[in-house]
Design a protein around this ligand. Sequence first.
Ligand SMILES: Nc1ncnc2c1ncn2[C@@H]1O[C@H](COP(=O)(O)OP(=O)(O)OP(=O)(O)O)[C@@H](O)[C@H]1O
Length: 218
Amino acid sequence: MLKVEKLKKSFAGADGPVPVLRGVDLSLEAGHTLALTGDSGSGKSTLLHLIGGLDTADSGHILLDGTDITTMDDRARAKLRRNSIGVIFQQFNLIPSLDLAANIAFQARLAGTYDADWTDELTRRLGLADHRTKYPEQLSGGQQQRVAIGRTLAARPRLVLADEPTGNLDETSGAEVLSLMLDLVGDTGAALLVVTHSRDLASKMERQLHLRQGVIER
Ligand SMILES: Nc1ncnc2c1ncn2[C@@H]1O[C@H](COP(=O)(O)OP(=O)(O)OP(=O)(O)O)[C@@H](O)[C@H]1O
């Protein structure tokens, strides 16, 4: 479902462009999970942003179910992002003026895929049912992380991209949230790509790839 080919990306530096991704190749099938590890600054988040359509590559291809998103215009990419790709950021990005229930429903409503039963089930399974009317600032970090996961999965994306999804949680709640995320992703048949520093988290994914010096280590 996801195929990345010869992907390159540089950022402007004081002495000219600094290459971050030097030709990344990877693939991920529907219903499967993949961990991407690599040293700090190796380009993991950059790669995730490109796959998520949040930034554009210098060259190479990103195929989502056969459609090349690198050749799409901004509007088409935004639509694809809304309808097919779910991104879970480290910093939650919840909407402060919306309560928990509205935050969880937000993306699904935008995508036109809101399903009240599925959203209720997600809210319950994420252990958030008693907090529906609370606002983000009234929630703990772990609860906010679970809302961010719920919001993404409520829209039933085909591809879920997660950047350190348990980075702000202690070990026990991190493990709980991860196993819940794997169950929920399994239930929706989505593909999951997780960027992480944690070997433990990476080992819970079916496959692990390591990014080093701008390429996937073989
Ligand atoms: N918008 C930007 N402009 C300039 N340089 C950038 C930009 N985004 C990232 N970089 C640089 O690209 C490199 C890779 O950054 P990236 O955030 O992708 O790494 P990472 O592997 O996710 O790191 P970490 O594990 O620390 O989060 C870094 O050297 C960073 O400074």
